[in-house]
Ligand binder design. Structure first.
Ligand code: AMP
Length: 191
């Protein structure tokens, strides 16, 4: 795809955002920006960010906004974002979404679509338990789902009101979901 595409991937933990972001970013040669991945890498090598974020990630809580907002500002300041990007796991609350709008205005960019992956909760739990990440144990999973409903789900309405929300069925084969994302993004104006 030659066009510059800028997408936000939304959806509950375990919905397949990360997997789809990786596949699509590779297909379109654009960066996949996952705040969760950045945090896990920082925790692994014990940077200041990693040390401050660790207990939040381990418990399935959101890392405080001030840590995340600096991180995303720095990432979107890099030159590789000029051809497009996929944001995966950010924004995670309405404050982060507002900050992103302001930041994009400052750097003269705009998001094309917020793509919301819909997957029923029992399937989310099965997927997360099968993933084996440190924060994929039963207790943390249930907290992440709670945090999602309370803090992240309102972001869906935020983008619906902006008219850029596209919801897709994430409860099917990985390849089918990838096709659905590509269709949604190329059928511009079809809401
Ligand atoms: P993810 O890989 O997107 O599931 O994120 C894993 C964990 O990283 C989350 O449970 C949060 O603790 C933290 N995290 C990732 N992105 C954000 C964000 N945008 N704001 C706050 N915390 C985040």
């Amino acid at each position: 795809m030659a066009k510059k595409t800028r997408l936000i991937f939304l959806g509950p933990p375990g919905a397949g955002k990360g997997t789809q972001a990786q596949v699509i970013a590779e297909l379109w040669s654009i960066p996949h920006i996952s705040t969760g991945e950045i945090l896990r890498a920082a925790i692994k090598v014990e940077t200041d960010l990693g040390k401050q974020a660790k207990s939040f990630v381990d418990q399935g809580e959101l890392v405080p906004d001030h840590l995340i907002l600096d991180l995303i500002k720095e990432r979107l300041g890099k030159s590789d974002v000029q051809n497009g990007w996929i944001l995966d796991g950010f924004p995670r609350n309405v404050e982060q979404a507002r900050f992103l709008d302001q930041l994009l205005t400052e750097i003269s960019q705009s998001c094309d679509y917020a793509v919301n992956f819909e997957v029923p909760e029992p399937e989310l739990i099965t997927r997360m338990l099968g993933r084996g990440r440190k924060d994929d144990n039963e207790e943390t999973i249930s907290n992440r789902l709670k945090v999602y409903l309370e803090q992240t789900a309102p972001v869906i309405d935020y983008y619906r009101q902006q008219g850029i929300l596209k919801s897709i069925d994430g409860n099917c084969e990985q390849e089918q979901v990838t096709i659905a994302v590509q269709q949604v993004v190329s059928n511009q104006g079809d809401n």
